[in-house]
Design a protein around this ligand. Sequence first.
Ligand SMILES: Cc1cc2nc3c(=O)[nH]c(=O)nc-3n(C[C@H](O)[C@H](O)[C@H](O)COP(=O)(O)OP(=O)(O)OC[C@H]3O[C@@H](n4cnc5c(N)ncnc54)[C@H](O)[C@@H]3O)c2cc1C
Length: 331
Amino acid sequence: MPERVLTDVLIVGAGVSGLMAAHVLKGAGASVVVVDKGNEVGGRLATWTIGAGSADLGAQFFTARDPEFQTHVDSWIADDLAFVWSRGWSDGSVSDNPRDGHARYAIRGGLATLAQHLAQGLDCRLETQIARLLFDGERWAAQSADSMVYEAKQVLLTPPVPESLKLLAAGNIQLVSAEAELLDQIDYQPCLCGVFWIDGDIYLPEPGALQRAYADVAWIADNWRKGISPDARIITVQASSGYSHEHFEDSDEAIISRFTAELVAFMNPNAHVREVQIKRWRYAQPMKLHPHRFLAATGLPLVFAGDAFAGPRIEGAALSGLAAARALLAK
Ligand SMILES: Cc1cc2nc3c(=O)[nH]c(=O)nc-3n(C[C@H](O)[C@H](O)[C@H](O)COP(=O)(O)OP(=O)(O)OC[C@H]3O[C@@H](n4cnc5c(N)ncnc54)[C@H](O)[C@@H]3O)c2cc1C
């Protein structure tokens, strides 16, 4: 017999959306289990170790435009977790960053530290990949790849939408056609990302990053100057969505060679690359958004949330998780 875990709410995904939702549900007295296929919490809030240093590999910073999200950011600042990293980015044509007014926040220790902070006190089960969802009219049974069964009254799905839909298809769960059509339209742009351990100096504009909307290599950032890699110069390089789409299947060597050619222009002639790691994000950021902050499936105790719902990026994912949790409590 497979081992069973019983809970009021099962949250699939320990990214920012799932973690924020879990706190609201737990605070209201519900029992909550959060499962994630990864070996760390955070999802696209990812900080990798490379050599003697570390680098943010997915999201690089975040903004706060919504007052509710700003109150959370303020509490992270009060906890000495979040700090203002910049108020704008240079495209490399000027050495200083243009100040357009919006605070761009980063997290001490890297963005994964925010996820670890949010996961405190929650029942998070890592390396737990849900393979399919079954519903008997009353309860959900979520089967994991390692033959555990999570039984829940309600389910919150926060993976990228195409991945959530696969879980439902595997269990023959049908959504009403209007909802299925809306969810089917949601797609994501990919992102090729490299982290480079550099020996020597590299000259990037203040405060150690550049952003170029129309270049193949759209983002270069120095994690040492960001303050999250005190012992080693680790540079994050991210390609544009167009380049990433076109070259997603290229070999690591080809991607490294393209990124290195770009980096060399900023490196001291004596500097050299010690080590490189490549990450391919298939679902980096949503291209088309659902019009609401969550989708509550008609006739099922099931809610979809994440950054594809009404607001992309970290802020949108957080607000979606919060709104989805309230919807689950109201059901
Ligand atoms: C390269 C890159 C750069 C970015 N830059 C920025 C930026 O600078 N600023 C910004 O605000 N945002 C940025 N973003 C977007 C931001 O990271 C996301 O919007 C946000 O983190 C999404 O959170 P989420 O909780 O919705 O999804 P995720 O973080 O993707 O969480 C979903 C979780 O579900 C898990 N999962 C999936 N399928 C299963 C399954 N079957 N079983 C169990 N678990 C499963 C995944 O492992 C994942 O942890 C960037 C993203 C990327 C990839």
